[in-house]
Design a protein around this ligand. Structure first.
Ligand code: ATP
Ligand code: NCN
Length: 205
């Protein structure tokens, strides 16, 4: 295992009462869109920390073309300069790529911290295919950040329809981390149309 992987296997340090965003992704590679989501979430949700959770591998994506974890970590570190952003790969040490298991582990270990799952609007469209997605929504509040091409996803996605009654207005976003789940909101703000897929295609051209 590389040195950078080893350094990122430990869960970041926390204090009781903190509000912490959990921003999971492949980051293959990380880009400006991720930074925009991170800063918007920190600002609008009033977060003390945002964990940039670099996944060992999205269970719904083929591993084809997935850069090594060490490379994705190094690029993420170089990009996320805000001290409130903690780049971590501790899911690898848990031996899971499933978000439900990650969240169960984190919330049991830190019952005195207010966690909120952060994801782009495109992920809301496939959220109902994630393992134990209902359990995730019952365990932590969720902030969905607008993304070009996915702005209206919340109208059509199975998860959004199922969780309709748990949706809170965007103006209540600051209170979201302390709300009893299920609770979710959709956050609008500056958008970026960058994607890792486009960057990989450009690189291989
Ligand atoms: N430009 C963006 N705007 C809003 N959310 C984004 C943006 N890019 C990525 N995200 C969100 O960041 C998280 C991690 O995404 P990921 O690392 O898969 O990047 P991606 O650009 O979507 O990658 P790929 O094109 O390979 O699917 C997801 O929740 C995704 O919705
Ligand atoms: O737990 C699942 O079943 C699951 C299915 C798809 C995606 N996820 C998680 O969603 C996050 C975003 O993944 P990605 O590849 O869209 O960046 C990342 O943390 C993945 O591990 C989780």
């Amino acid at each position: 295992m590389s040195e950078i992987e080893r350094r990122h296997l430990v869960m970041p340090h926390l204090q009781p009462g903190m509000s912490v965003g959990l921003f999971g992704g492949s980051f293959n590679p990380p880009h400006e869109g991720h930074l925009l989501v991170a800063s918007l979430a920190i600002q609008r949700l009033g977060l003390d920390q945002l964990w940039w959770l670099v996944t060992p591998g999205n269970p719904l994506k083929s591993g084809n073309g997935l850069a090594p974890l060490a490379e994705r970590l190094a690029l993420s570190e170089a990009m996320a300069r805000d001290p409130r952003i903690q780049v971590t790969a501790f899911e690898k040490s848990l031996g899971t790529a499933y978000t439900a298991r990650t969240i169960r582990h984190i919330t049991r270990r830190h019952p005195d911290v207010h966690f909120v799952w952060v994801m782009g609007a495109d992920n809301l469209g496939s959220f109902h295919r994630w393992q134990e997605w209902r359990r995730i929504a019952e365990t932590v509040p969720i902030a969905v950040i607008d993304r070009p091409g996915a702005t209206l996803t919340y109208l059509s996605s199975k998860a959004a329809r199922t969780l309709d009654k748990a949706r809170v207005p965007e103006r209540a976003a600051k209170a979201l981390p302390r709300m009893k789940p299920p609770a979710w909101t959709f956050i609008h703000g500056p958008r970026s149309s960058v994607s890792s897929t486009a960057l990989r295609l450009e690189k291989n051209r």
